[in-house]
Design a protein around this ligand. Structure first.
Ligand code: CO
Length: 317
């Protein structure tokens, strides 16, 4: 009895071993992580980046002013790589034409830089517009950013920071910051800011800024190069107020081609010449908004909001 009982136990053990031997190869892939599989499925850590988008300029001093804004962004967000793109194709093409064979001088579009960043494994990118108003350039940046977020294997999250004069609160802050940095002007003098101007509805931002400025200083005026109000609409007001000297200041991120030529240039069409013809002397101030620390800080603040959006925003927002 004893012998047969132990034989039974032995047989039981043997069959258990066979069952286990058969089952093990089937069970193993489920129980133990297959290293090759894990490597494919492992979620890579998020890699965050910043892309600054300027309209761009072919004037070297103005390009340095844009580069200085990039350095400020780098200082404000240590550890986050900052890239730069120029949104104007005309400017990019002009730079390429003027610097043949110089790969270092070539400027890239927002889409090109985002494609590079996606290829380098960036998963979250805060894109900051360095434009003044939320016009066509800004709409294009938003559309480009959204397209990258929708792309399979693209960047998972892309947020876009507001331009300088986005809404009421931004315009009020911008007015304060601009007034802080304007040249001192005595009685009989005015400051005339040169905005770019656009037929996009965002051109209304200039009128909103004008009202905010007038709350504090009735001798600061805005006119635009390409839309309303034009210089001709402002000259009668200047004359009516007895203005004999106007300080001309670009209301653009940098003092580029418009500031050097359309504002301060010697041509008879320039603002300096047209004002002179109207009996008003002028002194140009060739400093862009981006080189005025209080104003530059506003763009950095907007970028901070965009970086913050990366943490709060859900996919598909
Ligand atoms: Co222009």
């Amino acid at each position: 009895m004893r012998f047969s009982a132990s034989a039974f136990v032995l047989r039981l053990l043997l069959s258990a071993c066979v069952a286990l031997a058969l089952a093990l190869p089937l069970a193993l892939p489920l129980a133990l992580p297959n290293t090759a599989q894990a490597a494919h499925k492992a979620k890579a850590p998020d890699k965050r980046g910043i892309l600054l988008v300027a309209f761009g300029t072919s004037v070297p001093e103005a390009a340095s002013a844009i580069d200085a804004l990039k350095q400020q962004a780098e200082a404000a967000f240590p550890g986050i790589p900052v890239r730069l793109a120029y949104s104007s194709r005309i400017i990019r093409d002009k730079i390429a034409r003027e610097n043949p064979g110089d790969a270092g001088a070539v400027k890239r579009s927002p889409a090109q830089v985002l494609a590079d960043m996606a290829a380098e494994g960036f998963t979250e990118v805060a894109v900051q517009s360095l434009h003044a108003i939320p016009g066509r350039e800004y709409s294009d940046i938003k559309a480009t950013a959204e397209a990258f977020q929708a792309m399979p294997k693209g960047i998972k999250k892309v947020s876009v920071g507001r331009p300088l004069l986005y809404g009421h609160a931004d315009i009020a802050r911008a007015a304060e910051a601009i007034l802080l940095s304007l040249p001192k002007h005595k009685k009989g003098e005015a400051v005339l800011l040169m905005g770019h101007g656009t037929d996009h509805p965002a051109n209304a931002a200039y009128a909103a800024l004008q009202l905010a400025l007038w709350k504090q200083d009735r001798s600061v005026f805005i006119a635009t190069v390409e839309d309303t109000p034009g210089l001709d609409e402002i000259i009668p007001t200047l004359k009516g107020q007895g203005v004999r000297l106007a300080h001309l200041v670009p209301l653009m991120s940098v003092a580029g081609d418009h500031a050097l030529n359309d504002m301060a240039g010697p041509d008879k069409d320039s603002w300096a010449s047209r004002l002179k013809a109207a009996g008003i002397a002028s002194t140009p101030v060739l400093v862009g908004l981006g080189s005025r620390p209080a104003v530059a800080q506003l763009w950095i603040d907007h970028l901070r909001d965009a970086v913050q959006d990366l943490s709060t925003k859900e996919l598909g927002d």
